[in-house]
Structure formats: structure tokens, C-alpha cells
Ligand binder design. Structure first.
Ligand code: COA
Length: 255
């Protein structure tokens, strides 16, 4: 599945940099981008030369989340068709990842753009970053183990406002809520993320790996929740509410 150059993977010394680059669609993530992101994470796992991973959308936007055209195609496909397996595989890659993962969020982080951050170890956001999980407005339910990780990180009430009410979170509120480490000026997140990566790469690798594992929710707990959510998400994608919402998004663009 070619990613059409929408996903760039480069290694900078011991840091793997994964860059979403589809600016004309606000870095909406396609099936092939998910596959490429999974591969970039999976191939780092047993590579001792890679000690840290950075995920970024470059300047101005992190990602507008799953490509809604793909959602619409999946939602209207035959009932037996497998749904968004590439997205689920990417979430599995995040759940099983053992390398320190840093996110550089400059601009909007929507849907999986926000939920993936709860699998990260360090998150930098620009002052213009916003975090939105509008699953409800699309007739959907939370994914990416966010129904487990978001309330754990920020408390039930804040998670409810984000995941169930679809309220946006500013960069500063995200820092206060505990899932953003530091807020920097627009255009500076990636450079700052590289600095953080260098700091982590300079630490004793084995001790980092063991300590990180102690801190993280075990992968099997994450994948169990990802499976539960994916099952419900797949059902909801075929619902009249969801299909109307997907079509409504593209109809709005044409008016
Ligand atoms: N999937 C597919 N295409 C998307 C997209 C998505 N998630 N997000 C944006 N795009 C496309 C738009 O259709 C538009 O394409 P066009 O130029 O061919 O018409 C282009 O990206 C630019 O988006 P636009 O809406 O014009 O930019 P904006 O600055 O006004 O708004 C967003 C940006 C991200 C706030 C808005 O596009 C949006 O809300 N996107 C949907 C987010 C979403 O619901 N994601 C799923 C989460 S589960």
C-alpha cells in the first residue's frame, strides 16, 4: 500500500522521526499512512540503533484525524467487510511499542491525533495546538484505548467533556490536564522534540527501557480495550448517524 509520500520516516542519529505530511488535507490519516506509521514503529522495536521515536505533523497542523472519506467508504461497505484494519494495526503498534515516544503537536490534533498522544511518553504542544475528540458528533465512540487512558490521566470529568461531549482542549488546558509536558511557540515543537529525544537517547538505554515498562499500562490491557472499542466503533461506523455525519462533512465543503 503506497503512502504517496504522505508519511516521511527519517533517522536522526538514534531518533526515528515520523512526519505526517498531507497538508492539503490537514494531515488526515489514510489507510496507507497508518500502515507506514505502524511499520516505522514496528521496525524500530528490535533495532538497538533507534532509541527514541518522534511523531510530528510538521508546522501548523498535527492531524485532522482519520480520513473521513475512508470512514465513509468503510461505513457504507458490505456489512462483512473488515473495518479500518490499518488503523487498528497502528494502535496495536502503539500499544506494543517499547521505545520512548515523543509527540510534537503544532496546530490541530483531532480524533486519533489526540488519542495517540496517550500512548506517548512526552508531548510538546504549540500555543496554537488544540485537541479534539469529536467522536460523538460523528455518531462514533472513543478509540485507541482512550476510554481507558484519558480518564486515568485527566480524571473522569475532563475525559467526559472531551470524549463524550466533544469539547476541545487548548494547549494550556492539556498541560494542566497532564497529557502535555510543555507548551512552546508555533513552529518550535519539532526542534524542541528533537532536543528532548537527544536528552533521552543520552540516558542508559536498558535502564530507560525497564523504567518505562514499569510506568506503562501493560500492552495486553491496552489491546483488550482497543478490541472492545474497535468492535463498537465498527458497528457505529455503519450507523445512520455516522454515515449522515461523514456525508455532511463533505457536503459542507462544497457549499
Ligand atoms: N478527512 C478527510 N479530509 C479532510 C479531513 C479529514 N479528517 N480534514 C480535513 N480534510 C480536508 C477537507 O475536506 C478539505 O479538503 P478540500 O480542500 O479538498 O475541500 C481540506 O482538508 C482542508 O480542510 P478545511 O476544512 O477546508 O480546513 P479548515 O481549516 O477550515 O478546517 C479542520 C480544518 C481540521 C478543523 C476541519 O477540516 C475538520 O474539522 N476536519 C474533520 C476532522 C474530523 O472530524 N476528523 C475525524 C475525527 S474522528
Amino acid at each position: 500500500m503506497p503512502d504517496h509520500g504522505h508519511l516521511i520516516v527519517t533517522d536522526d542519529d538514534a531518533t526515528r522521526i515520523i512526519t505526517m505530511r498531507r497538508p492539503q488535507k490537514k494531515n488526515a490519516i489514510t489507510q496507507s499512512m497508518y500502515v507506514a506509521m505502524s511499520n516505522a514503529i514496528d521496525t524500530a522495536q528490535n533495532n538497538p540503533d533507534i532509541r527514541c521515536i518522534v511523531i510530528t505533523g510538521g508546522s501548523g497542523v498535527f492531524t485532522s484525524g482519520n480520513d473521513l472519506e475512508d470512514f465513509l467508504n468503510d461505513g457504507t461497505a458490505d456489512a462483512g467487510a473488515p473495518r479500518a484494519s490499518a488503523a487498528t494495526k497502528f494502535l496495536y503498534s502503539l500499544a506494543h511499542n517499547v521505545k520512548p515516544l515523543i509527540a510534537a503537536v503544532d496546530g490541530v490534533a483531532i480524533g486519533i491525533g489526540t488519542t495517540m498522544l496517550f500512548h506517548c511518553d512526552y508531548v510538546l504542544a504549540s500555543t496554537t495546538a488544540t485537541f479534539t475528540t469529536p467522536f460523538i458528533h460523528l455518531g462514533l465512540v472513543p478509540e485507541g484505548a482512550s476510554s481507558l487512558l484519558m480518564p486515568r490521566t485527566m480524571g473522569h470529568q475532563r475525559a467526559f467533556a472531551a470524549l463524550v461531549m466533544g469539547r476541545a482542549i487548548t494547549a494550556e488546558d492539556a498541560r494542566i490536564a497532564g497529557f502535555v509536558n510543555v507548551v512552546v511557540g508555533p513552529g518550535h515543537t519539532e526542534a524542541e522534540a528533537r532536543k528532548v529525544a537527544r536528552e533521552i537517547c543520552a540516558l542508559p538505554a536498558e535502564a530507560v527501557a525497564i523504567s518505562r515498562k514499569l510506568l506503562k499500562t501493560p500492552p495486553e490491557d491496552l489491546t483488550r480495550r482497543i478490541d472492545q472499542e474497535s468492535h463498537l466503533f465498527g458497528e457505529r461506523m455503519r450507523s445512520k448517524e455516522a454515515i449522515a455525519a461523514f456525508k455532511g462533512f463533505f457536503a459542507r465543503r462544497k457549499t
